[in-house]
Design a protein. Structure first.
Length: 172
């Protein structure tokens, strides 16, 4: 009988200690790049961006091919001892290389601007954050982090905010 009472007392104490233990915080991560890609995949602005990107790449490939052809011509002139023609071709290569560099920089800036305007869509972000909150609360997560950005908290439960407790403990 005493043995049975001791076992029950031990079980009761174990249960009470479990109630006093801290709750384990569940974290989640979101691959926002995949979310953006999935959301914008079929949108008209994304198709426009992809078309411009391909158009610019085709032009860059064409210009690069021209430069390669000119370089081959220059080598041929040099092998044949026609230095005047080789120098003329070199001047053309320099001019076209400069143009290609400027063109590439300008088009990359244009593409970056288009990409930023796609990613800064307020309506999408409102929907994203509302969905993050709903999924996190349903799944019992206290904190949702971005997979792409270090230290980027996308959503957190107010239950894990200990700011007031820290202020109180500091006596402020």
């Amino acid at each position: 009988m005493k043995k049975c009472a001791a076992v029950w007392l031990g079980l009761l104490l174990a249960c009470c200690m479990g109630l006093g233990a801290q709750q384990i915080t569940k974290f989640a991560v979101v691959d926002t790049a995949r979310v953006y890609q999935a959301h914008f995949r079929n949108s008209s602005p994304v198709r426009n961006y992809e078309n411009k990107k391909q158009e610019f790449q085709n032009e860059i490939n064409s210009l690069t091919q021209e430069l390669q052809t000119l370089h081959d011509q220059k080598l041929e002139f040099q092998r044949n001892g026609d230095d005047a023609s080789a120098e003329r071709i070199q001047a053309e290569i320099t001019k076209k290389t400069s143009y290609l560099s400027e063109y590439t920089s300008a088009k990359n800036a244009e593409l970056e601007s288009l990409k930023n305007s796609l990613q800064n869509n307020d309506a999408f972000y409102k929907k994203l954050y509302a969905t993050l909150e709903r999924v996190a609360e349903t799944g019992g997560y206290s904190l949702v982090l971005s997979l792409q950005q270090a230290n980027a908290v996308l959503w957190y439960s107010p239950s894990v905010d200990i700011t007031d407790e820290v202020i109180s403990q500091l006596g402020l």
